[in-house]
Write a new protein. Structure first.
Ligand code: UT7
Length: 322
């Protein structure tokens, strides 16, 4: 069985930037509160008419270019998103058409902020079992469209963006393990309570937006991410000191710091983008990865721990040699 190795990364953020000072004019908040409680300084927001597949396409083209892979050589497309362009076809199918790829399997994965880790875990299994040789794995969101701009507890936290990786079969190295988990009992803490099955006529401005009990989610995230770090290291017989880089989900700098402390890592070994991107849900981990690969921090051969926690609850990790 071969490994699944990341051979290219890509990222895209919409041009429109919303700063904390901009938000001060929209809701009862302050730049100081947002910085101190979350670490966020700004976030990118999709332009009117700009949709998830638009962002996904830009990130995917970058990842293909870095990997030196032609679109027609891709044999699997997995897109993690909570904010698809349509009820159907899937965003993965729309992306496939944009890239002029025909015939390979293409589907979406929905695990909210853990979506990219889920998508990576699924694609890895395809590659390990010979079902794919070159996969495109994307996390893409226009999460701003799910926000209640009158709820200061949520609207200051999220942003839009997309990140992508190319995964290729490799005899020597790549993803060592992925760990995927969920517990549906926590739906009430973080959700958008509306869905198609309730009948479209039941949808209104409030029930179609994000609801979160932030403080409770915060505590669960810190504890759960601490546990998954242990699980991942144990499964691979590794020590904390074996990890070169932590690439965490970017929800809150305080959650990231807690996980880094658990790993006894200095923040210099942690990729932090939450200040510039906010929480881009499924896009946050691949975007952070792309930033650190492109600026030269993450180098070939280094050991990376990717982790995320989100609605569901879902949580997961991936340990890989880059
Ligand atoms: O990615 C998916 C997973 N999501 C997360 O991981 C998010 C997890 N949660 C968090 O990041 C944090 O809980 C928040 C950033 C959402 C909130 O921070 P907190 O330190 O947990 O604050 P809190 O919810 O306990 O609220 C403290 C106070 C409250 O006021 P009172 O009741 O003490 O008077 C809130 O009303 O802060 C108030 N508050 C705000 N004040 C100014 C809440 N949001 C704001 C705001 N600006 N935007």
């Amino acid at each position: 069985m071969s490994f699944a190795r990341i051979t290219g990364t890509g990222g895209y953020l919409p041009e429109k930037v919303l700063t904390n000072h901009d938000l001060e004019k929209i809701v009862d908040t302050t730049d100081q509160w947002i910085r101190e409680r979350t670490g966020i300084e700004k976030r990118h927001i999709a332009l009117e008419g700009q949709t998830t597949v638009d962002l996904a396409e830009r990130a995917s083209r970058q990842a293909l270019e870095m990997a030196g892979v032609k679109p027609e050589d891709i044999d699997l497309i997995v897109v993690a998103t909570t904010t698809p362009d349509r009820i159907f076809p899937s965003t993965a199918c729309l992306l496939q058409s944009r890239l002029d790829i025909h015939g390979c399997a293409a589907f979406d994965v929905q695990a909210v902020c853990t979506g990219f880790i889920y998508a990576l875990g699924v694609a890895e299994k395809f590659i390990k079992t010979g079902g794919s040789k070159k996969a495109l794995v994307v996390g893409a969101e226009t999460f701003s469209r799910l926000l209640n701009w009158e709820d200061r507890g949520t609207c200051v936290l999220f942003g839009d963006g997309a990140g992508a990786v190319i995964l290729e079969a490799d005899d020597e190295t790549g993803i060592l393990s992925t760990h995927l988990h969920a517990d549906g009992d926590y739906e009430a803490l973080l959700r958008v309570p509306f869905g198609v099955s309730q009948g479209m006529e039941q949808m209104d401005d409030i029930n179609s937006k994000v609801e979160m009990r932030g403080n409770e989610v915060f505590k669960m995230a810190v504890n759960t991410l601490g546990r998954i770090v242990d699980e991942t290291l144990e499964a691979n017989n590794m020590e904390k000191s074996d990890i070169d880089w932590l690439v965490p989900h970017q929800a809150n700098i305080r959650i990231i710091q807690a996980t880094a402390r658990k790993l006894k890592m200095s923040l210099d070994q942690v990729v932090v983008t939450v200040n510039e991107h906010g929480n881009t849900s499924a896009a946050s981990v691949p975007l952070a990865l792309d930033v650190a690969v492109r600026d030269g921090r993450i180098k070939k051969g280094e050991m990376l721990l990717l982790e995320a926690f989100g609605g569901g609850f879902t949580w997961g990790s991936a340990l890989l040699r880059f």
